[in-house]
Design a protein. Sequence first.
Length: 331
Amino acid sequence: MKNLSANSHVYVGVDIGGTKIAAGLVDEGGRILTQMRMPMMANADAAAGVDRVKLAIDATFADADKRSINKNSVVGIGICAPGPLDPVKGVVLNPPNLPCWRNFPLASEISKSYGIPVVLDNDANAAALAESQWGAGRGYRNIFYATIGTGIGTGIVFDGRIYHGRTGGAAEGGHMTIDYHGPRCACGKLGCIEVLAAGPAIARRARTKLAGASPNSSTILDLAGGNVDAINSEMVGKAYAAGDRIAKEVLQETIELLTVWLGNIIDLLEPDVMIVGGGVAAMLSPFFNEVKRLLPQNCVNSLCQEIPLVMAHYRADAGIAGGAALIAFQK
């Protein structure tokens, strides 16, 4: 690891999820210097949840000591968490998978303990900012970022600034309806892209195709031990890599749905680049050229194919980098 200069700034990035906390130190160039992960106590009370976050931050500072990183170079803590939240006030509102906090002033509580600035924002917004400044969006003015995994989260960065909307609730792109006759999403709307194309939807589509199939009809079934109900999206990805026909059909249908959605995004925003991250996105990346081929059929913009569609730089570390970016580029 390179030594930091005496005047270098370092940022603590904290990524809070329903089951885990990841934290680390990030330098001015977006390089992750240290990182750690630990379980989150999402179902405990508010104080226990805060204590868990502090434990992760303390462990990060301890790592700094071990690596001879001066604590005085740490200028702030950026925290990303699932929404809904208020990024202006630093308040966690009522995220379903963090029941420990309801209208909780997380940023101010953490700042009291460490005496340095603390910024809180939605995890997809933070990841979008990190990608725009340090990652795959570097050099572009306006970016659209999507993370595709268990759900679909999105972030929009215009001229180096996160677009929050009027109250901080903007960029919920995963809950754009593309089929109003489609299944009901957990958010309550019908036919959101999340309920149609995220990991659980891919698994559901594979289960439907393989219901009643013979045991040796698909690699997907082999991976699931012959149990259709055990199929998940990761198995579909592995089966596709092995040349499985059903897996290819499932992913092709998913890509067609995502292309309809991205066509709408282009017509609405016309970003300079579209960046995709998350575990499911890595599985879908071989189909990116197919997305570009299909875009003109799903987009009014005649120059839609000129917009790059690329994989995110930070992948699994997006939350740590995103948290750090919140401090590094706060405006």
